[in-house]
Design a protein around this ligand. Structure first.
Ligand code: SF4
Ligand code: SF4
Length: 768
């Protein structure tokens, strides 16, 4: 607990706009005992300021530091006094001075005294910062002795690359492959998309050489024909049980890279396009296997095809068709049904594989499908130089450097490409397949006659099909299901691409998202680095991510725990197990320090050394709330997620945006960490409203802690009941979604809410 707080005010960033002498005097008077040093420094983030603070710390006149100046998001590299010194950066420049909008519409005049509201706001923020320091302690890390070894699941391209990267960095690797040899799907490839300049040619991927490199590495222990049976423990100290061909084995590892790749999507979804009914309709996977054997022939008769069509775009529901088209299709289907019942007719009739209502495929196509079509069209040209390849695509997805590959295919006169949606594939009696497509680039329907049709192979992540991870976690053996991503493992697509929702377990390659070998190699290296970061963080007691380096962790006062299980259920990262009675059992190294458990706990028995329910409550009580709205305006508490909303506010202010001075902003680790008591505290204190700013909802979330906004909204019901009991209208509390790049909306969101509160009038609790 801070006992000697040093308060330092930065003259450079504040002096022109605030009366710093007045602030210093008021702070000293209010916190006579606690604030043992209050100084106004010319340049706080320069030598003068840093030396002044360090001298006070050295002389032990202060034990904690409150800095009033720029946003904590700037100059942090200079104003760092070590983890043992509690520090609070009071953001007086961005969120006070720069954001200040005069309620009367007056222009700021540096020659005159600062506006009363601005000066009052600055004093509130300083008092809040000091109150926070009064309640916090420098966190003592909880060290987990880390095993310097990583388990890599999957001995394919990504797993091999990951294992090699980890071993080269000096760490041991346990490489587990379920098949009896290493290489995975890359071994089955005839050729890969380009891996090197000039990015125009398919090429041999070099899988045998990669396997050999891995086999030559002393630090890699290879287990083939082996499966992971269970995985328990926490980062730095996991226990992996393996089922090998010769029995069972148990190993200690510090982290896991999951590189188990993909499996082929159920092919029944291709049946409406003729797959399974006509042998000459094959998948890209089958076509690759054929090329690997050194031939391109029609499966039906072994003849060399003159024309091969690759179909990348087709209709998947009737909904998109006109009424007339739908009726025609239904009529055809009825006729087909009737024909099926007539054996003679069945022999005579051409078979039409009309796309029908029941047909479904993955609702997107990846770059892999487009690149595969280009590559395999190249096989046609390589094996059968006189033959032609047709690619009918709805979307040709070729990002990045592979544009050169696409252009090279365009330059081949034997490869024709056209945009269009395939409507039907008709098998004729002369062993041809007629492909009808519409919405083409030439704005007309086309028909292409081919000897073979190649359909995309849908890639489904292995984690969606098998309990690959075998986690012994309360929250289940695998990653939580993410409908949007069709089972692809993910923690946060935008900010943390390698991380899964289980700390210490990282995804690499196509289990992560459909990827080329080139991208998988980079992805594998990224996952390897994250696994190493994990080993090297937990043995220092640090959070791995996203609050990398955070030494705090949730502490439980079990004496008051009612075993309600809310914390264990809501923890997004499976960090909390529980005993039979329901008492939470924290696994600190799995924890990401989000505070969701703290927000969930109705008994308020969870807190961090530097972030707690009592600490935020103390900050709230430091705000001076005018007795009458007419006297000094309303007061509105803003709890802002420090990952998106708070930086968005900073950016808004830095770009000259301004908003009402009636708000007082407190950053929170995540809206999931908001405990409803804070709202009750604010209303009890006489605040007129509370605005909660968090991330966007949904599976395509950007929440660093998965679903903080949703959890917070769920708790609003409790807030409603509390406010009801207090006789306060629920409209006084509002939650808004803010993405980090939506900073231009910040003034509107805040000012609209302030207007709403002004309309509602004062909080009935005011003055009590
Ligand atoms: S802080 Fe977050 S990750 Fe850690 S136990 Fe609490 S809810 Fe789970
Ligand atoms: S939410 Fe709080 S009271 Fe409930 S089990 Fe967790 S720690 Fe105990």
């Amino acid at each position: 607990m801070a006992e000697k707080v040093g308060v330092y005010l930065d003259k450079t960033s504040l002096g022109q706009y605030l009366n710093l002498d007045d602030l210093a005097e008021k702070v000293q008077k209010k916190w006579k005992k606690l604030c043992t040093s209050v100084k106004i420094v010319d340049i706080l983030s320069g030598d003068e300021g840093i030396n002044a603070i360090q001298e006070d710390l050295k002389a032990e006149t202060v034990d904690s530091v409150c800095i009033g100046g720029t946003s904590p998001r700037v100059d942090w590299e200079f104003l760092d006094f070590g983890s043992k010194v509690p520090q609070e950066r009071v953001n007086l420049r961005e969120l006070c001075i720069w954001a200040y909008q005069d309620p009367e519409g007056n222009e700021a005049n540096q020659e005159q005294d600062p506006p009363e509201q601005l000066q009052a706001m600055a004093l509130d923020y300083l008092n809040m910062g000091i109150a926070k320091l009064e309640k916090i302690e420098a966190p003592e890390p909880e060290i987990v002795e880390s095993v310097k070894s990583v388990l890599v699941q999957g001995g394919g391209w990504s797993g091999l690359n990951s294992a090699l990267s980890i071993a080269k960095a000096g760490y041991s690797v346990i490489l587990v492959e379920k098949e009896n040899e290493l290489g995975g799907y890359a071994r089955k490839l005839y050729k890969s998309f380009p891996l090197a300049y000039p990015y125009t040619q398919s090429q041999y991927p070099g899988i045998d050489e990669l396997v050999q490199q891995v086999k030559n590495q002393d630090k890699i222990t290879i287990y083939t024909s082996t499966r992971l049976e269970s995985f328990s423990g926490q980062p730095g100290d996991f226990t992996a049980s393996l089922k090998t061909s010769s029995g069972e084995e148990e190993l200690q590892v510090g982290a896991m890279v999951v590189a188990t790749g993909w499996e082929e999507q159920d092919k029944q979804y291709l049946e409406p396009l003729g797959y399974g009914k006509n042998k000459d309709v094959v998948t890209m996977l089958q076509f690759e296997e054929m090329a690997k054997k050194g031939e391109v022939v029609r499966p039906s008769d072994g003849k060399k095809p003159e024309n091969v069509a690759f179909v990348l775009g087709f209709r998947d529901t009737l909904d998109q068709l006109s009424q007339e088209e739908q009726e025609q299709i239904e009529k055809k289907q009825q006729e087909k049904e009737a024909a099926k019942n007539d054996e003679d007719a069945e022999e005579e009739e051409e078979e039409t594989f009309q796309v029908n209502k029941t047909y479904k495929h993955l609702p997107y196509t990846s770059e892999i499908t487009s690149l595969n079509a280009l590559k395999q069209a190249g096989y046609v040209r390589e094996f059968l130089p006189q033959s032609k390849a047709f690619i009918i695509y709805e979307h040709m997805t070729i990002p990045g450097v592979n544009e050169h590959y696409y252009k090279a295919a365009q330059d081949d006169t034997g490869i024709m490409m056209t945009k269009g949606e395939v409507e039907s594939i008709t098998a004729s009696n002369d062993n041809k397949l007629l492909i009808s497509a519409r919405d083409t680039l030439i704005a007309d329907n086309i028909e292409v006659e081919a000897d073979m049709v190649v359909l995309p192979t849908g890639l489904v992540p292995t984690t969606a099909l098998d309990p690959i991870l075998q986690l012994s976690y309360r929250q289940g053996p695998s990653f939580p299901e993410l409908e949007l991503f069709d089972g692809f493992s993910d923690s946060n697509y935008i900010c943390f691409p390698y991380e899964t929702r289980r700390t210490g377990i990282y995804a690499a390659g196509s289990v992560h998202q459909p990827m080329t070998l080139a991208k998988s190699e980079v992805d594998a290296q990224g996952a390897a680095l994250k696994a190493i970061q994990c080993l090297e963080s937990v043995n220092r007691g640090m959070s791995v991510h996203p609050r990398s380096g955070d030494l705090s962790y949730p502490k439980f006062n079990f004496v008051r725990c009612t075993q309600c299980r809310r914390c264990t259920v809501e923890c997004p990262f499976g960090a909390l197990e529980e005993d039979e009675e329901g008492t939470p059992k924290p696994n600190i190294a799995r924890c990401r320090r989000c505070g969701t458990c703290m927000g969930a706990c109705p008994e308020r028995v969870i807190s961090f050394d530097n972030y707690g329910v009592g600490q935020i409550s103390s900050m709230i009580t430091q705000v001076s709330v005018p007795d009458e709205i007419e006297e000094g305006g309303p007061r509105i508490l803003v709890l802002a997620c420090e990952n998106d909303a708070y930086p968005a506010m900073d950016m808004a202010a830095q770009r000259g945006n301004k908003w009402s001075p009636y708000v007082r902003i407190i950053p929170v680790r995540c809206l999931g960490s908001v405990n409803t008591i804070w709202i009750a505290d604010a209303m009890g204190k006489g605040f007129d409203g509370a605005l909660l700013l968090g991330c966007k909802y949904g599976d395509d979330y950007q929440c660093h802690f998965v679903k903080g906004s949703e959890l917070c909204e769920g708790r609003m019901q409790n807030i409603g009941e509390t406010l009801d009991r207090l006789g306060v209208e629920l409209e006084r509390v509002q939650q808004e979604e803010v993405a980090i790049d939506e900073y231009e909306n910040i003034p509107n969101i805040i000012n609209n809410f302030v207007d709403k509160i002004l309309e509602l009038g004062p909080n009935p609790f005011k003055g009590f």
